[in-house]
Ligand binder design. Sequence first.
Ligand code: PLP
Length: 359
Amino acid sequence: RVFNFNPGPATLPLAILEKAQKEMLNYNGTGMSVMEISHRSKDFEAIILGAEALLKELMAIPDNYRVLFIGMGATGQFDMIPMNYIVDGKIGNYVITGSFANKAYKEAVKVGPTHIAASTKDLNFTRVANLDEIQMSENPAYLHITSNNTIFGTQWKEFPDTGDVPLIADMSSDILSRKIDVSKFALIYAGAQKNLGPAGAAVVIIRDDMIEKSNQNLPTMLKYDTYAKNNSLYNTPASFTIYMIKLMLEWVKEQGGLDVIEKRNEEKAKIVYDAVDASNGFYKGHAEVGSRSLMNVTFRLPNEDLEKEFVAEAAKVGLAGLKGHREVGGIRASIYNAMPVEGCRKLAEFMKEFQAKKA
Ligand code: PLP
């Protein structure tokens, strides 16, 4: 296998792929694969409730929150959030720190009144917003932020204190990568395909009062309480994805939980950023140092030809998926939980060697 630096779908730990392979033909003595068993069976109930319990344990999620599994990816949440909470003249507040934040905002604009509480667009999204730049509207429905900007490689280190106003975060690309105080948030969501497992579901961590407040005039599949009342089993869920999420959560627990994972992620990111910083400007980081993401490291080379060569040469030595997003260009190394330290070391060595050859 190669070291896979793709931004999502992303690398998964070998141990969980092997476990899934082992159980593929006969899950828990059923004589069927987990893809073939009923989502109403005891076996599947144990998987979905087990995944919820494990995530609660790992993230220290308080008792007054639920974990829901919803289809349509994180992008579906861009729609569900305003539809559920921009009601009764309330205003959806958004902090724009990258492309996905902007996509979330644009969906809300279609639903009802919105307000941009802060934006770093003028800085080409080289950092997240400073807390003192955030200015909410009157009568806010919520404040929406994107905790890690996957494309630009920036990450919030501190979160705004919004008082009674619900704080909502898209944590698609850094959920479960570090310890956070869940009680600061009314709702957290993430597409599964980076730190949680394969694509196919969004994980939504939602406070009880937000479930109660969800807009009752919406069609069934767009209301949060449909998922909460039915343990995310109102209809057939993405059962295989949820099974893989449970394996991934078990793996995180086996690693020692978020204490260990967070330290490892800091170590991994430092290895790659050190390689950028030691290059005398050959590699130029996109993010301001204070906003540097521990999950997506973005940098440029002196010209696009060299960038193309870098990506191609890296792939030849087993470093896959390093091409940056077209909005930033250059290189993006996505180093989610499943990327081993060894992969970051190999990348840093490759960067040094490539520079020595080309500079
Ligand atoms: N939000 C963020 C921060 C992302 O990185 C992504 C995908 O890369 C999305 C949302 C969209 O997720 P999905 O493809 O699950 O809809």
